[in-house]
Design a protein around this ligand. Structure first.
Ligand code: NAP
Length: 312
């Protein structure tokens, strides 16, 4: 275990648009922030996205990982130290916060910005977990390629499901979108794109109750949510796109969370219930959950941290 004498002004936990934007602002404010990007999750959810069409300033669109590379380079330009590791333990009460990383380094800091984002939700089926990586996936851009000329299912009715289904038609012979209700939650433009795609079939009022297959996915067991009838249908892949949950496990018992696990912040600010601890991005956001809103709250968190440090 490596314990440094240094007391940092600010450590940012998490990358993605929120963490990196906090890094840009705090670096530029000369707070010499250390930003923990995460060992496997560096760059956050946009690393698994294709084209981002609605981030202001890019009229031609930009590929998700390219956008994250740009934000990262902008952090480095202002002297933010990026660490490709996880924070595995945090003690956030008191004037000096103590954080331990995955390599055993112990950092002490006067303030912390939490920007750990959210993780893919699972349906919660035993065989979904067992067959994960063997036909069950949460990331079309990562795994779509493996399903060339196959018939696959996507579960969900939001923008993620529309995006995944549309993207998967590049590879699959057919994509069946299974939704538990008879209307979609997704935005109009995404629905139009998916419904216009001849390779996508919609199956309404249906939930997945089991994933079938011994070594690999061979099919799904389905239940009609209106009349309760059950059926089976052959698929070689299942893409789960049913939303995200905040990644706040490490914060349990320390920072106030709401019943769904999102970090509670004070009004329009990024202040948590603990002085010197700020939260931003998908970790606090039930509602908007866009790259640009995450970046906006990352900026706010850096400004809140800067003001806090100036007052102490
Ligand atoms: P979401 O909007 O919360 O939608 C989740 C969908 O999954 C809903 O249709 C929900 O059904 C369904 N669902 C939830 N739990 C389920 C379960 N256990 N079994 C079956 N179905 C379940 O999540 P999202 O699509 O990931 O989008 C999250 C946010 O990111 C949104 O604000 C979205 O606009 C944004 N986003 C934007 C883009 C883009 O603009 N390019 C792309 C992706 C995501 P119900 O409808 O019945 O609740």
């Amino acid at each position: 275990m490596l314990v440094s004498d240094t007391i940092h002004d600010l450590v940012i936990v998490g990358s993605g648009p929120a963490g990196y934007t906090a890094g840009i602002y705090a670096g530029r404010a000369q707070l010499a922030p250390v930003l923990y990007e995460g060992s496997v999750t560096a760059g956050g959810a946009l690393m698994n996205t294709t084209e981002v069409e609605n981030f202001p300033g890019f009229p031609q669109g930009i590929i998700g990982p390219d956008l994250m590379d740009n934000l990262k380079a902008q952090c480095e330009k202002f002297g933010t130290k990026l660490v490709r590791d996880d924070i595995v333990e945090m003690k956030l009460a008191g004037d000096i916060k103590v954080l331990t990383d995955g390599s055993g380094n112990v950092l002490r800091t006067k303030s912390v910005i939490l920007a750990t984002g959210s993780a893919y939700k699972e349906i919660g089926l035993v065989n979904e977990k067992r067959l994960s990586g063997r036909g069950v996936s949460w990331c079309a851009t990562c795994d779509g390629f493996f399903f060339r000329d196959q018939e696959i299912a996507v579960v969900g009715g939001g923008d993620s499901a529309m995006e995944e289904a549309t993207f998967l038609t590049r590879f699959a012979s057919k994509v069946v979108l299974i939704h538990r209700r008879d209307s979609l939650r997704a935005s109009k433009i995404m629905i139009e794109r998916a419904t216009a795609n001849p390779k996508i079939e919609f199956v309404w009022n249906t939930e997945v109750i089991d994933v079938l297959g011994d070594q690999n996915v061979t099919g799904l067991k389905l239940r009609n949510t209106v009349d309760g009838t059950e059926s089976e249908r052959a698929f070689t892949g299942l893409f789960v796109a049913i939303g995200h949950s905040p990644r706040s496990e490490l914060l349990l018992g320390q920072v106030d969370l709401d019943p769904e696990g999102y970090v509670k912040v004070d009004g329009r600010s990024t202040r948590t219930n603990l002085p010197g601890v700020f939260a931003c991005g998908d970790l606090v956001d039930h509602t908007y959950r866009q790259a640009i809103t995450a970046a906006g709250t990352g900026c706010e968190a850096a400004l809140d941290a800067e003001r806090f440090l100036a007052g102490h």
